[in-house]
Design a protein around this ligand. Structure first.
Ligand code: TXA
Ligand code: MG
Length: 327
């Protein structure tokens, strides 16, 4: 057992990519921004580094990780692409889309990172800091969201520090992440299926494919296909009441558009202009802010379900679900 690391925070620059790569090569854990949320990176090929990563997050070992790579060619060394998968990658990478694909024979990602599955989740992030680290490192980086398991995903370096100080080696601070919700996950094992709505809206994917996505096959008894879809995953401490059309005594307010009348405790507005892109970018930091303000109950105003609204509503439902355990 190694001693708890001192967590250093450095501002993103040309040199930080090399420093991050050195830390990863030494088996270290490095948090960095992607366009969606901050990821907690480890050398994907180093089983010991991956084990440290699960431990730092407090993540159940059955929950597999996304391998981040700089481009399609690198992804093709890890996974087998169907024709549909190739079209999706060519249209949307780099960008907030993760593809779950059959593992390729040449895949050198540690078994532990794949949690025993013969499929692998791959993604090419669209953020300069992430891309510079990936090219400086030269190997795939597994990176779950850089939060303690069961907490909301971090969209700033401060969020990461709050959750993981003393548990990871390095945080590269590249400012707030622009998209604010995690990547959309599509499995291309048989018919393309939506496993997790996210930063790339479903209709963009369906328009490209020319047909609707199948829904995720989740067997509640068994290991789910996307374990991150377990009901209560993205959880603030406060209780959430969704689709609130009024304010009850003692409630804080998470507004969307013009706020509900009445006396809320703490209030945060996802987007006063009712803009879903702005709302996605604000979602996790506003939930954290209301938690930090000591809210015990949060009334959440309705958010329309189109475009990024599907991902926002998915995260809100999970945050509101009764807690199962420390997932
Ligand atoms: O935007 C994102 O995707 C961020 C940034 C850092 O890239 N990452 C992220 O990772 O959200 P994570 O680990 O928090 O969520 C990944 C999800 C989990 O629900 C996991 O179960 C699922 O992807 N997953 C990974 N590999 C899978 C596989 N082979 N089959 C099905 N689901 C998989
Ligand atoms: Mg996560």
């Amino acid at each position: 057992m190694t001693a708890a690391p001192t967590t250093r925070v450095i501002a993103a620059s040309e040199d930080t990519a090399r420093e991050a790569a050195r830390c990863l090569a030494a088996g270290g854990l490095v948090a960095f921004p992607t366009e969606t949320v901050y990821g907690l990176g480890a050398d994907a090929t180093d089983g010991v580094a991956v084990a440290r990563l699960y431990q730092a997050k407090g993540r159940p070992a059955f929950n597999p990780l996304i391998a981040h790579v700089p481009d399609l060619a690198a992804a093709q060394r890890l996974a087998r692409f169907s024709a549909a998968a190739l079209r999706l990658a060519q249209a949307f990478w780099p960008g907030p889309l993760t593809l779950v694909l059959p593992k390729a024979q040449s895949c050198d990602v540690a078994d532990l990172a794949l949690a025993g599955l013969d499929s692998i989740a791959v993604r090419v992030p669209d953020h300069d800091v992430a891309r510079n680290i990936l090219s400086a490192f030269g190997k795939p980086i597994v990176a779950p969201s850089a939060n303690r398991s069961g907490h909301v995903s971090p969209t700033t370096a401060q969020h990461v520090l709050g959750d993981l100080r003393g548990r990871i080696d390095l945080i590269v601070d590249g400012g707030a992440t622009p998209v604010g919700v995690e990547s959309t996950i599509v499995a291309c094992l048989e018919r393309p299926a939506l496993l997790r709505p996210g930063g790339l809206p479903r209709d963009a994917i369906e328009r490209l494919l020319g047909h609707p996505l199948a829904e995720a096959q989740i067997d509640a008894e068994d290991a789910p296909l996307a374990p991150g879809m377990l009901a209560s995953h993205y959880a603030p401490r406060a209780r959430l009441r969704l689709d609130a059309r009024d304010l009850r005594p003692g409630e804080a307010l998470l507004a969307f558009g013009p706020p509900l009348p009445g006396n809320a405790g703490a209030t945060r507005n996802l987007s006063e202009a009712a803009n879903l892109i702005e709302a996605a970018a604000n979602l996790f930091s506003h939930l954290r802010a209301l938690d930090a303000a000591g809210a015990t109950a949060i009334a959440v105003m309705p958010v329309p379900n189109d475009g990024l609204g599907e991902a926002i509503n998915d995260r809100l439902r999970r945050a509101a679900a009764p807690r199962t355990n420390g997932l």
